[in-house]
Design a binder for this molecule. Structure first.
Ligand SMILES: [Cu+2]
Length: 224
């Protein structure tokens, strides 16, 4: 029985020895940084895109994400505090991403060159309220990049924006306050006889109710 604590200690030590190096390797993975608050994938603060001779400008962007930013848009539930940014070709962008909600949000930029950004993607994610900082360098091409949160329904509910380089190559669809959706939600009225009847009853009731109310009040206020 005296050997039991020793066995437990040995088992814990072996677990630690096998787990820690793997965990450390994960955290220092070339393209990814991860901790309990969130993660940064494919940040790039120093490698120039092939078509850039030098960094043209350094832009500091603070981007908020949260439900309160969707209040400006009818029918939306999530949004960034801004829906569009414009930078020069070969700009370095230092992003401060702030999540104002207590749920997960992401800031993903798509369509970047794959030789610098695996899968063409720059990705910040916060598991709850908090802040993350990371940089990227954009190529020289005049282009509009999709910026969004990829959590289910977050983009459809408004968390969609665009990053334009040199004015961009057009607007993406469904950017709140900027562009119309390709396929707008359509809430058609199903006009049937019963619908018309209910509408008619409501109109008549709406017209009669004030008269009934006035008559009742008058009859009650008559002196005895
Ligand atoms: Cu989100």
């Amino acid at each position: 029985m005296k050997k039991l604590p020793l066995i437990v200690v040995l088992a814990i030590a072996m677990q630690a020895l096998t787990y820690w190096p793997a965990a450390l390797a994960d955290m220092s993975h070339h393209h990814m940084l991860m901790d309990e608050r969130g993660m940064v994938m494919n940040a790039n603060s120093d490698k120039l895109p092939q078509d850039c001779q030098a960094i043209s400008e350094t832009v500091d962007l603070t981007i908020h994400a949260g439900q309160k930013h969707a209040l400006a848009f009818n029918g939306k539930m999530f949004a960034f505090d801004q829906q569009q940014w414009d930078v020069k070709p070969c700009a370095k962008i230092n992003i401060t991403f702030i999540n104002d909600d207590h749920i997960r949000h992401q800031l993903m930029i798509h369509g970047l060159p794959g030789y610098l950004y695996p899968d063409g993607m720059f990705h910040l994610e916060l598991y709850g309220a908090g802040e993350l900082k990371a940089s990227l360098i954009v190529p020289s091409q005049k282009k509009t990049y999709l910026v969004h949160c990829e959590l289910p329904q977050h983009m459809e509910k408004g968390m969609k924006a665009q990053l334009k380089v040199a004015g961009g190559d057009g607007d993406l669809p469904s950017i709140p306050g900027i562009s119309a959706p390709i396929k707008a939600d359509h809430y058609a009225i199903d006009w049937q006889q019963s619908t018309l009847f209910i509408l008619l009853v409501c109109i008549i009731a709406g017209l009669l109710l004030p008269f009934i109310a006035v008559t009742l009040i008058k009859s009650k206020s008559k002196p005895l």
